[in-house]
Design a protein. Structure first.
Length: 184
């Protein structure tokens, strides 16, 4: 389907990757009741598996492509799908698949962060990485990415009092609106 571009729309959200992996595993295959449900179910499923992903064959691979027209880096999930689908055919444990996916995604995101910093002529020691967005409600992804970034020298900011998803976005929008009202 991906190769033939059939029912495979482009998306810019890590959340859609979680949705797609959940569908492939039969977790929320048709629909979800709320945003993030598939990712939450995957996280719960992964909690029952082994803690060491290296025992499971490591994280799934992602390609990182440089977009010449925008200058941005983009994660390409096709390599991940090839291995994940092979694991499904080989009847790997769903918890193993979720852990390999989470670890692979975190590794790819850390690689992109390091590349962006390098392209800017900086070092990770010069940068504070803020992990924000709905996908960072996922403990596996957040903890693994924070660990990888810290080990590379980044300082990390994580949400503590405000959720990283749309609830935090709404609060930020309200704060901006209130500040504008106070100025007028």
């Amino acid at each position: 389907m991906i190769h033939n571009n059939v029912n495979a729309p482009r998306a810019s959200s890590c959340g859609r990757l979680f949705d797609a992996v959940a569908a492939a595993l039969g977790v929320c295959p048709d629909r979800v009741s709320y945003e993030g449900e598939a990712a939450a179910r995957l996280e719960a499923l992964a909690g029952r598996g082994p803690a060491n992903v290296s025992q499971d064959g490591g994280g799934y691979p992602f390609a990182i492509e440089h977009q010449t027209e925008t200058g941005m880096l983009r994660l390409e999930p096709r390599p991940m799908w090839a291995v994940l689908l092979s694991d499904l055919r080989n009847q790997s444990e769903p918890s193993t698949i979720v852990r390999r996916f989470s670890h692979g995604l975190a590794t790819a995101l850390a690689t992109v962060a390091r590349q962006v910093v390098e392209d800017a002529g900086k070092t990770p020691n010069d940068v504070v990485a803020a992990l924000s967005g709905g996908c960072f409600q996922n403990r596996l992804l957040t903890e693994e990415l924070a660990r990888l970034l810290r080990s590379a020298g980044f300082s990390i900011l994580l949400h503590a009092e405000v959720p990283p998803n749309d609830g935090g976005l709404a609060l930020g929008q309200a704060a901006v609106a209130a500040a504008r009202l106070l100025k007028s």
